[in-house]
Design a protein around this ligand. Sequence first.
Ligand SMILES: [Zn+2]
Length: 263
Amino acid sequence: MDCICKICGTKSNYIFNAVLLNKYDVKYYHCPKCDFIQTEEPYWFDEAYKYPINIEDTGLVSRNILLAKRTSSMLYFLFNKKGLFLDYAAGYGLFVRLMRDNGFDFYWSDIHTENLLAKGFEYNPAVHKNITLITVFECFEHFSDPIKEVKKLLNISPNIIFSTETFSKKVPAPNEWDYYGFSHGQHISFYSQKTLQTIAQKFGLNLYSNGKSYHLLTKKKISNFVFNYFLKVSLSGLPLFVKWRLGSKRLSDSIMIRNKRSL
Ligand SMILES: [Zn+2]
């Protein structure tokens, strides 16, 4: 059966079969035009999401700390730092808490996972209007219809920072790229820089990327040099400076929650 690329509509080529969740034999396809790799329709998803937070993902905490440093620098220097921000598919809420600790007014939303660490800061579209920027970490590879999802995100905010690991040059062989995630079966969409550029063009946006896993879609015009400069310096003491300038919300959040409880 023919497979049509979900990004650009070109006929995709079969590339290999892989066994997911130790039992489902699944076909993978590659688009010759935009480089997108997709699986056949994910009929195994219910089982793959028995544990919505992938329990194999031991990098969850360190990744969130790194993402908070990077994103703090980005938001402070390139966007309205006093704006409202949303972490979409925010999981347990670790990133939201870290960003609020750094002084940004961040909110949580996730339809699959319980909010454990950012309770009281759930996103409410009726209240939280004009979201300056939305963060979407480790989600694009889970999307079964990426274009529809990006449209949905753009309805919330015109600026999207997201992470997904991109492949470069040629299609990675099944045994060459852990990101295929055969054992958990949650990753079904894979992108190269060319794929992300195709998405950006489709929506009239600019793409900025570190060429690996950290990307920005925006109408704003900045240079890739500036984008990568702030990524680089975000690993220095810069996030501490940002936190000092903005003022952490840790204490004021705690007081606010205490006051709400006593009502
Ligand atoms: Zn395509």
